[in-house]
Ligand binder design. Structure first.
Ligand code: HEM
Length: 480
């Protein structure tokens, strides 16, 4: 009996001692006042607990349980996949991280992301990153984008609905909207219109994406290895498109404002420096990734909420019909129309509050600094969690209740609502996403009503919010 007990306990004690030695050596910081918390098991840390909570659709549970357990509302330490991490909690944590970019902290992404995307906006820092963001925002930012591209978005949306929704009784929303969001990105970034070309790029791209959240094990048979190979194939394909465009621009057959690619090829800094072709390829790869999954999720979840709350659907439809009434038959949506979609955007915002497509993101400590009475050592990673502040009753009364009116008037308190992040690294595609979501919403509610085929379908974070069955719905077209 004692022997059996020893056999069970010994490995546990050895693992426990090893994990203390491992983490003390790794952080090199046994004497400094680290935040409370646990590094968990050697190497894997507390990754499995976070994964469990995320797959259950409640990533905020991971943060809440630790705040309670360690009695530390501002910050706690943990470890994910071998990295020491300080989780900064609540709006104060968001404010601190967004306000200290390039001073105490800088953007950081896990190694599979940096290895797959290469040199691009999210893998560089400082002045270089500022320059790249400036170039992107002069195409994607609110001043430039919405005023020029609402009509193009409307054209692509109408065609998508004609091909993939009209005449169908049932649709898997997530799968179908993914096709739409990818086609839209191909059109606005690269002027690709030929369906076979888009389909070919899409088929490479979807498999490539599977490696972005995988372990960076680079040998045949792993997801990461396959993604690396596919990233090369996509880069080759993009390089051909770039070369052709360069020639077209030279010959006056393409314009510098026709899409993001032309914009990248013709934009330079004050010293006349242009982006290299590899910078352009990598940034387009990044934007295809960042720009289609998140909007797909938002549109899918909005369709889910409108199916769940018929009164909200009716109000959105009323607003959108008002807009249609003011337009001639066949006239495309314009910037002014988008500005009138106030209630619809409040609905979209409430959907992104309850389920932000991206749960949060990371930074890295550039120096040792103090936070909440504790020391965060240089090199540690920092995590902020949108889903935790969004689902906290302290920030949003009755936080689980769906209520678009929260966004009326002055809206939420600063740093409580952060689906697009904040500060100098805030999402560059926010305006693109806003117009894309609203144009899609306009077209879908003015054409259809729908029933959800899986009531209360569960949403998991893997790593982004996704309905587990892809949201199958039954369509009811409006009678003409
Ligand atoms: C509803 C849709 C979207 C959501 C919820 C979303 C959310 C986010 C979040 C949370 C971040 C990280 C911010 C941070 O770390 O502080 C981010 C960054 C980024 N997003 Fe989005 N995004 C959306 C759509 C888009 C679109 C449509 C594009 C491209 C057209 C885009 C491009 C990017 C890029 C390039 C970054 C990196 C910015 C940088 O590091 O400087 N996103 N987004």
């Amino acid at each position: 009996m004692i022997q059996a007990l020893a056999l069970i306990l010994l490995p546990l004690i050895v693992s426990y001692v090893l994990s203390i030695v491992y983490w003390n050596r790794k952080s090199g910081s046994s004497k400094i006042n680290l935040p409370p918390g646990s590094f968990g098991w050697p190497f894997i840390g507390e990754t499995l607990s976070l994964l469990g909570a995320a797959l259950n659709g409640t990533p905020e549970r991971f943060v809440r349980e630790r705040i309670k357990k360690h009695r530390s509302p501002l910050v706690f330490k943990t470890s994910l996949l071998g990295d020491s991490i300080a989780v900064l909690c609540g709006p104060a944590g968001n404010k601190f991280l967004f306000g200290n970019e390039n001073k105490l902290v800088a953007l950081w992404w896990p190694s599979p992301v940096t290895k797959l995307f290469g040199r691009c906006l999210i893998t560089i820092r400082g002045d270089e990153a500022k320059w790249m963001r400036k170039i992107m925002l002069s195409y994607l930012g609110p001043d430039a984008f919405a005023s020029h591209y609402a009509a193009t978005m409307d054209i692509v949306t109408r065609r998508h609905i004609q091909v993939h929704w009209r005449g169908k009784e049932e649709v898997n929303v997530y799968k179908t909207v993914k096709l739409f969001a990818f086609e839209l990105a191909c059109r606005l970034f690269l002027s690709l219109e030929e369906p076979n070309h888009i389909e070919k790029l899409g088929s490479l791209f979807y498999v490539f994406l599977k490696g972005v959240g995988a372990l960076p094990l680079n040998f045949p048979g792993t997801r990461f290895y396959r993604s690396k190979k596919l990233a090369e194939a996509i880069r080759k394909e993009l390089m051909v498109i770039i070369k052709e465009r360069r020639v077209a621009l030279k010959e006056g057959k393409a314009s510098s404002s026709q899409d993001l690619l032309s914009h990248f090829l013709t934009s330079c800094d004050e010293n006349g420096r242009f982006l290299t072709e590899m910078d352009i390829v990598n940034n387009i790869l990044l934007l295809l990734f960042a720009g289609h999954d998140t909007s797909t999720i938002s549109i899918t979840l909005i369709i889910k909420s409108l199916g769940e709350y018929p009164d909200v659907y009716d109000k959105v439809l009323k607003e959108q019909l008002e807009i249609s009434k003011g337009k001639a038959t066949g006239e495309m949506l314009r910037w002014e129309d988008i500005q009138k979609m106030r209630y619809s955007w409040n609905v979209a915002s409430e959907v992104m509050r309850i389920t932000p497509p991206a749960g949060g993101s990371f930074r890295e400590a550039l120096v040792d600094f103090e936070y909440g009475g504790y020391t965060i050592p240089k090199g540690w990673k920092l995590y902020w969690s949108a889903v935790t502040t969004h689902r906290d009753d302290a920030n949003f009364q009755d936080a689980t209740h769906f209520d678009p009116s929260r966004f009326e008037g002055v809206g939420p308190t600063p740093f409580t609502y952060v689906p697009f992040g904040g500060g100098p690294r805030m999402c560059v595609g926010k305006e693109f996403a806003r117009v894309e979501i609203l144009v899609f919403l306009h077209n879908i509610v003015t054409n259809f009503k729908w029933d959800l085929l899986v009531p209360n379908e569960k949403i998991e974070y893997d790593p982004m919010a996704t309905p587990i069955k892809g949201l199958p719905i039954r369509l009811h077209p409006h009678q003409a």
